[in-house]
Design a binder for this molecule. Structure first.
Ligand code: NAP
Length: 246
């Protein structure tokens, strides 16, 4: 049986990278998937890749860090789709710099998207998730939540996501909504392709599994948490990092 048959799953940052892999795996497991990204233009290649699932895909532009945009999105989804079973807060950005050189803009933009975006989407999704018999929130944290030179803003946002996830687990259990986080290690996407070669090589040499992760490695863990198999799991952080976080 397909793991997500008849479920409606919303994935943010779904136009590429890990979000696209999560959307694709959810579609393959039978879900109807609402894919969110910053601009409709971003979806061009996703639309091509997933054309065979077109009837179960809804593509929407929304900035997850903008409350008006998030509010409007959920009003629209309530009218058009009417149900939501799973929310995957995947949209994330980096603006790296050494702490002593980090600007307020670099700090704030990363906190706004990674942490406030996760808060806003979860906050507005709650009313719809409460009506599901299997409500799920899955948040993307990172191995960098433990601290990482050059990423004070990103590490703080991803550590914040873990605290937020555990609190959601505690508060939402009574509504049969689970909340968990997945913490990827070094995954091959545009985000890590932007890292200079020397730093990339240093990272890769530290991975016990001896290879970089693929977006599909993360999608597998997320789909598991969205499925019935994870009904009794809440408030956890699953590291998907080939041992990098040990
Ligand atoms: P990515 O390739 O950079 O893709 C991120 C997607 O999110 C992009 O499509 C981006 O749109 C979208 N996005 C950015 N800001 C947004 C906003 N305000 N509202 C809506 N969408 C927005 O990133 P990724 O590597 O797939 O990472 C996905 C998640 O995993 C992130 O939360 C990241 O922090 C986390 N993670 C990644 C790694 C890794 O090694 N790649 C490791 C640990 C954790 P645009 O293209 O328009 O900017």
């Amino acid at each position: 049986m397909l793991k997500l048959e008849n479920r409606v799953i919303l994935v943010t940052g779904a136009a590429r990278g890990i979000g696209l892999a999560i959307a694709r795996r959810s579609l393959l497991e039978g879900a109807r998937v609402v894919m969110i990204d910053l601009n409709m233009d971003d979806f061009e290649s996703a639309r091509e890749l997933l054309h065979e699932h077109e009837s179960r895909m809804v593509l929407k532009a929304c900035d997850v860090s903008n409350e008006d945009c998030v509010k409007e999105l959920f009003v629209e989804l309530k009218d058009s789709i009417g149900a939501l079973d799973g929310l995957v807060n995947n949209a994330g950005i980096t603006r790296d710099n050494l702490f002593m050189r980090m600007s307020m803009e670099q700090w704030q933009s990363v906190i706004n998207v990674n942490l406030t975006g996760t808060f806003l989407m979860s906050r507005y999704a709650c009313n719809m998730l409460r009506k599901s018999s299997a409500g799920r929130i899955v948040n993307l944290s990172s191995v960098a939540a433990n601290g990482n030179p050059g990423q004070a803003n990103y590490a703080a946002s991803k550590a914040g996501v873990i605290g937020l996830t555990k609190t959601l687990a505690l508060e939402l259990a009574r509504y049969k909504i689970t909340a968990n986080a997945v913490a990827p290690g070094f995954i091959e996407t545009d985000m890590t392709r932007a890292i200079p070669d020397k730093a990339r090589e240093a990272w890769i040499s530290q991975i016990p599994a001896g290879r970089v992760g693929q977006p599909e490695d993360i999608a597998d863990a997320v789909v598991f948490l969205l499925s019935d198999a994870a009904a009794y799991i809440t408030g956890t952080v699953i590291g998907v990092d080939g041992g990098l976080g040990l």
